[in-house]
Write a protein that binds this ligand. Structure first.
Ligand SMILES: Nc1ncnc2c1ncn2[C@@H]1O[C@H](COP(=O)(O)OP(=O)(O)OP(=O)(O)O)[C@@H](O)[C@H]1O
Length: 817
């Protein structure tokens, strides 16, 4: 072996010193990496006010937006890595390009340096060795030159490409900057670039107030949140975005750490564990939230899966096998699976988010027990933290990060917390309570779910519990005339989607049958329907721009169907809360809409107190064109008769087939004991009834084939209401043409051709243009109702008295005879 020459030795020494330095640095990083320590020992809410000093009263608590543990600041994220150039990112991109160029160059130089520093080959015989050395030197020089040339060429071409790229980039940047400029309102929320990409894809120009308030607290301060805001205010994303933000940040943090430590990815970012469990009260809401979140998850590769009753076991199994990070479900089915030991659902050690949506509904009878059981299965969020962080001090895995603090989000459209809620949370005094009553149980649930005393309480319902863009109105009518007014609304103002709410399934069946007879195609939705049928009904409604859904209060909450223009309260709901939720199916997000309540004398006191509970002093009368009513009544009367006969027939058929089926199952023969005479009589009756039905149907068809006209119909003023869309379109075209002609003819002539109904097709337009404000005086209304009732009673008594008197007189006269 040859001993290295002094300069070689010096070089080797230098190398070994730098190597050991590197090793030491690496060791140091592994042992005392301040970043790891920071992540492990993060006080999640360090930026929060001192708990002792904290105001205990029920208060709006909005995060300051400070960055806190485990969360990446946007500076740490390079938007260009996500194919997304947000404004201001330009510099970074070109910096990155020059860095890449530099890196390439360095690689090549490094290569030639390596060549130069390569260990000498074993020395051959002297003469040959010299020759070889010269050859080798020449070769090295050549390769150096070649490489340098290549670098130069590459550099030159890179400069050409770069300048072209720069131009393109500049153009792209300008385009995108312009595109994203529309979304600048989101900047303050410092969301991950991929989430911004989804936001711009969905065209959400700005965060809604609840999103603006909740996201900083939940996503950047890691706080728990109790949030309440009007219906349709975007609560789903208020909790959805913080979930995605944290998952993305953790994923990136883990990847960065992996890069530094050079270890296997799976160890640090375990895949296929449940990270977020979102619980909602209804199947529809579950599916809707899943769809909404999936839209966002498209760009970020996070699996969101629904778990609801009514779903086939195979499908459910298949969905759970994908081991989704986010599960949205109803308490019943979730608990069924959890108590059955479903693997993905019971491995909750990595659960980072527990969300209760529509929490007020959740605590209603039927859900509370299952929810409580689910909550009991959740791992503790405090106490275990320290131990775990010690165990994992040298190995910060995503699961250990997430274990550190599970965030709890409780959202609702209506919320009433006791003034000392924070105090109760701090004392843990709610733990022992067994209450399942009303609103307080939201507090109990929140506490049991691990809600921390420093949770951000964001209550935006104080100002207005109902959506700002919602116009409310009512129609006063007799109970028996409700059908007629409903038909009037749907046929005269049947533009846009409408939901008609009833409180009972019987009423739902009645009106849907009548409306169908009247040629109005409606979908129905109620709790007794099978899940498949429910989903179909929603899909059908969603697919029709002018669809009509007749529903009970199962559809009152959460159902998010765009373009619902009108909500009709055919029957008033039992509580103000349900009224809020029902009305909230329209005027969602930034759109507007209107609600119409059909108020019978029996409803008036209830309606007045409803208005009182929303501090409404006045409400608009929905404008009615009474000249339509005779025609409406005529059609309705025919429809009711047809409905009655059809119902009777189908009832008889059902009874008969039941009898036959039962007999068949018992292997009996049903004998007909009716006499010939009776049978003939029955036959005749049936025939007469069927003929009558046909006649009624014909008459109705005749009426329906014509547009619904006011009694004072003039052919100069054709109505557009009740006509087919084709005719309506023709009317519109005609009106437009006429308008254009009239423009030429002059202002005065333009009003000659009027398409009645066209100007107020939408109830909202009609309401805005002709709605009459009515002062709501609860006392006055109650008094009025009392007077009306006593008058009715007196009349009844008077009638009875007169009847008795007549009877008496009759008897007396008979006795005399
Ligand atoms: N920032 C936004 N800009 C525009 N539209 C939005 C925004 N955020 C959410 N939306 C849309 O608003 C609609 C209502 O949102 P969401 O269902 O989350 O409301 P909600 O408050 O949960 O309503 P509810 O209490 O009735 O369940 C959805 O269609 C959603 O896509």
């Amino acid at each position: 072996m040859s001993t290295p020459s002094p300069p070689q030795r010096q070089q080797e020494e230098k190398q070994s010193v730098s190597l050991s330095k590197k090793k030491n640095q690496k060791r140091k990083r592994t042992k005392h990496d301040p970043e790891l320590e920071r992540l492990d020992s993060l006080p999640w809410n360090s930026s929060l006010p001192n708990e002792e000093e904290e105001d205990d009263t029920f208060s709006l608590f909005i995060g300051s937006g400070d960055l806190d543990g485990g969360f990446l600041s946007l500076e740490e994220i390079d938007e260009s890595d996500y194919g997304l150039d947000v404004p201001g990112a330009k510099k970074k991109i070109s910096n990155k390009n020059s860095k890449l160029k530099k890196q390439k160059l360095e690689e090549v130089t490094e290569g030639s340096r390596e060549d130069a520093e390569a260990e000498p080959e074993p020395e051959p015989a002297e003469g040959m060795a010299e020759e070889k050395n010269v050859k080798a030197k020449k070769k090295k020089k050549k390769s150096k030159k070649k490489k340098a040339k290549a670098v130069q060429q590459e550099d030159e071409s890179a400069t050409v490409i770069d300048s072209k790229d720069d131009e393109k980039e500049q153009m792209l940047y300008e385009d995108e900057a312009e595109a994203y400029a529309e979304f600048y309102a989101w900047n303050e929320l410092r969301l991950h670039p991929l989430l911004m990409k989804s936001i711009s894809r969905l065209g959400f120009k700005e965060p809604t107030p609840i999103q603006r308030t909740c996201i900083p607290a939940a996503a950047h301060q890691g706080k728990d949140v109790i949030g309440a805001a009007e219906t349709g205010s975007g609560k789903t994303l208020a909790f959805g975005l913080p979930i995605f933000q944290r998952l993305l940040e953790e994923r990136e943090k883990a990847a960065n750490m992996l890069e530094e430590k050079g270890e296997e990815a799976g160890k640090y970012a375990p895949k296929g564990v449940l990270r977020a469990l979102i619980i909602t009260p209804t199947r529809e809401l579950t599916l809707q939230i899943t769809d909404h979140l999936k839209e966002f998850a498209k760009d970020i590769n996070v699996r969101v899966v629904p778990i609801v009753g009514g779903m086939s076991a195979e499908k459910q199994e298949r969905l759970l096998k994908t081991r989704p990070e986010v599960i949205v479900g109803t308490p019943g089915r979730l608990w069924e699976l959890m108590s059955g030991g479903e693997k993905h659902l019971v491995e909750l050690h990595s659960l980072s988010f527990f969300v209760l949506d529509e929490a007020d509904r959740m605590v209603e009878a039927g859900h509370f027990r299952e929810l409580q059981s689910i909550i009991e299965m959740l791992p503790m969020t405090s106490g275990t933290t320290e131990g775990q962080s010690q165990d994992t001090q040298n190995c910060v895995t995503v699961s250990s990060l997430s274990r550190k603090k599970r965030q709890t989000f409780v959202f609702s459209a209506t919320l009433a917390l006791s003034a000392d809620f924070r105090k109760k949370l701090k004392r843990g005094s709610l733990k022992s309570k067994q209450s399942t009553d009303g609103l307080n149980s939201i507090e109990i649930l929140s506490e049991r779910a691990g809600m921390k005393p420093n949770a951000a309480i964001v209550d935006l319902t104080n100002a207005s519990i109902l959506a700002k863009n919602l116009e409310e109105s009512f129609i006063e009518c007799r109970e028996e005339d409700k059908d007629a007014y409903l038909y009037y609304i749907l046929s005269i103002h049947g533009e846009g989607r409408t939901i008609v709410f009833c409180t009972s399934i019987a009423a739902l069946r009645h009106i849907s049958s009548i409306l169908r007879i009247l040629g109005i195609n409606v979908s129905t939705l109620h709790a007794q329907m099978q899940q498949r049928a429910r989903l179909k009904a929603i899909d059908r409604f969603r697919a029709n721009e002018h669809g009509i859904l007749v529903a009970t209060d199962v559809a009152a909450r959460g159902l998010d169907i765009p373009g619902v223009r009108t909500v009709v309260h055919y029957q008033l709901p039992h509580s103000a809360e349900v009224y809020v939720h029902r009305s909230g199916r329209t005027a969602r997000a930034s759109s507007d809409g209107c609600s119409i309540a059909l108020i019978s004398p029996n409803d008036s006191a209830k309606f007045a107190s409803l208005c009182k509970s929303f501090a409404k002093e006045s409400i608009k009368h929905f404008p009615l064109e009474s000249s339509y009513m005779p025609e409406v009544m005529k059609r309705l009367s025919l429809a009711c008769q047809i409905d009655k006969i059809s119902r009777k027939d189908s009832q008889e058929r059902a009874n008969k087939s039941w009898l036959e089926r039962s007999a068949e199952s018992l292997e009996l023969v049903v004998e007909n004991y009716d006499s010939e005479e009776e049978r003939v009589k029955n036959f005749k009756q049936k025939k007469a009834s069927s003929n009558h039905l046909k006649k009624l149907q014909q008459e109705l068809n005749g009426l329906l084939s014509r547009p619904l006209r006011p009694k004072t119909f003039s052919h100069r003023y054709p109505t557009a209401a009740g006509v087919t869309h084709l005719i309506q379109h023709q009317f519109e075209e005609l009106a437009k043409q006429n308008g254009d002609d009239n423009l030429v003819l002059g202002e005065n002539k333009r009003r000659k051709m009027v398409v009645i109904g066209q100007d107020c097709v939408e109830p909202l337009q009609a309401l805005r243009s002709a709605g009459r404000e009515v002062h709501m005086d609860v006392k006055e209304r109650v008094e009025k109702r009392r007077n009306a009732e006593s008058l009715r009673r007196k009349r009844k008594e008077e009638k009875k008295r007169l009847r008795d008197q007549r009877r008496k007189q009759k008897k007396q006269s008979q006795g005399r005879e």
